[in-house]
Design a protein around this ligand. Sequence first.
Ligand code: MOS
Length: 693
Amino acid sequence: MSNLLPGRAIGTPYERLDGELKVKGTAPYAYEQPVQNPLYLYPVLSTIARGAVERVETAAAEAIDGVFTVLTSETTPRLEDPSDRELAVLQDNAIGYRGQIVAAVLAESPEIAREAAAAVTVTYTEEPFSAQLRADHPELYAPEELNAGTPTDSSEGDVDAAFDTAALKIDQTYSTPAEHNNPLEPHATVAQWDGAVLTLWDSTQGVHAVKGTLAQVLGLEEEQVHVIAPHVGGGFGSKGMPHVHVVMAALAAQVTDGRPVKFPVSRQHMYTLTSHRTPTLQRIRLGAADDGRLTAMSLDIVEHTSRIKEFAEQTPAPFRMMYAAPNRSTTTRLAPLDIPVPSWMRAPGECPGMFGPEVAMDELAAAAGLDPIELRRRNEPEVDPETGNPWSSRHLLACFDLGADRFGWDRRVTRPRSVQEDGWLVGLGTASAVYPFMRQPSNTARIRYEQDGIYSVQIGAADIGTGAWTALTQIAADALDVPIDRIRLGIGDTAFPAASVAGGSSGTASWGGTIIAAARAFRADHGEHPSPGAQTEANAPEDPEAENLALYSFGAHFAEVRISSDTGEIRVPRMLGVFSAGRIINPRTARSQFLGAMTMGLGMALHEQSVLDPRFGIFVNHDLAEYHIPTNADVLDMEALWIEDVDEHAGPLGARGIGEIGIVGSAAAIANAAYNASGIRVRDLPLTPDKFL
Ligand code: MOS
């Protein structure tokens, strides 16, 4: 399509424009914002999972030198809209989970606040609670719909009948554990009231999302809330919507006579206050003919949610569209538990939702005596099986072909537990990756010509460490047909036009498409030689064609696994991901995104697991000493490649997004390699050494 923006800066591997600031430690993050005379907030968290606060004894804390006040449900200002029980902090005495805020100390230093919090005494009335996910949980229910508007259940044909008569059958249950987002920069909010105007310096993936939610709960006009987030040290979804600490900081700053309040959420407190990935139980049935062609496929999912707020992941989404089969069904049921509120974590839904299915495909390949790539080739759908829509661009098999060649897939020995080297069992595995392109329509960009060839380009986007700042500058430069040093990009501030959240891998493509629209409008308004001060705003372009297309990115993961036959120690010496994600704006930052997501996939495969103790309703391993993520010693030869794939159906940018697809399927590839190495099929993540003994 001729609408495509030609690339000059686009496609060039520029270094991050914000890299030097970050490396030198001068890029200001939320907590570091230089505000005058702040108070520091430290929360007191509930030690029961369900019930009510009976009494909060604050006198001892308030007697400590430097304590400003201790807020309780009696002294905390009221919210206008307390209906979101995750955000309705200190509005009543009800306890919905262990680790909920039951009081908050404001003090002259973080150390005093923390000491005083320990001096607060809380007594409770306890009620029975439930904190264990089970497939037969007595309160299981079907949510009205899943996130992103995904239907809860789906059905086509007659799965039971087709499965009964299938020549080849897989019927297994897989599980993924709860996990926690651990961005390098913990959540932090600085709140300050100036009369009726609230300013928040917040570590967030979307300043406008914070503004909208805070205006709603506080009963303010949106103009009364100003949110600023120039630099953000990661989020992975947990900063995609404001959590309770943001509301807490805003309410606390109402009692300080205008002094700002800084609420740095500690790493430990993030394990209850700022969300987690829901665990999943996935019963999968695959029925196939002798030649491996699927005739029946079903996925029945059980997950947990918090009783105080529903969160229903779109876990079955990739299963529904990935492979062709005439008879298909999916169901999703939730167990409401008395636990912290789950939310987004990198590729929410798709990531856990591809683990079971991609391991099941490996099991089917073994049952059919087929190479796992050949099995996927035989089940490649011509159109989206769920909607019947044609693919905008489906290059899954091209990813497998390139990956197989580069990885040396032909060296894989089909029979498991066949290769031993120096006491290590060695195996290779593969799995598919997929992620939808969720173009966000509610975006606006502003372009102003300053002088001397300089253009200001403003949009309330966020760079959460992805390189979006750099990529958007490249896009703006090409859209205005000027060198990148002529662009002054403004993001991370609600003073700029409204933009969608840096989430769903949609940011750069959605914001970038809007910047292109604004640049085209600017040229139409002001020509090639604008006067200083010339300015144009434009909204995201309409794209009616996209509604009738299935827009997805695809990929293929390859992993080599070595397992010690003595100790079960498991290592991943090689990982390769090959992706088809539309146009790549900046190859350097894109590769980092893919590798970062694959590293997170390695963590999902081998390490990550939030252990919920059902006796107490608490995640017991709530810090980085006990919640393990991959370190340098775990990440060995890892590489990401992509195939040329400018998606002409993905707007003038031709890009679909790269943030999340790198994690989807990666843990399955490792589990499949572990089976090839050991002959032991592990269906429950993570792949800890005990499972191979
Ligand atoms: Mo990502 S979990 O959509 O921020």
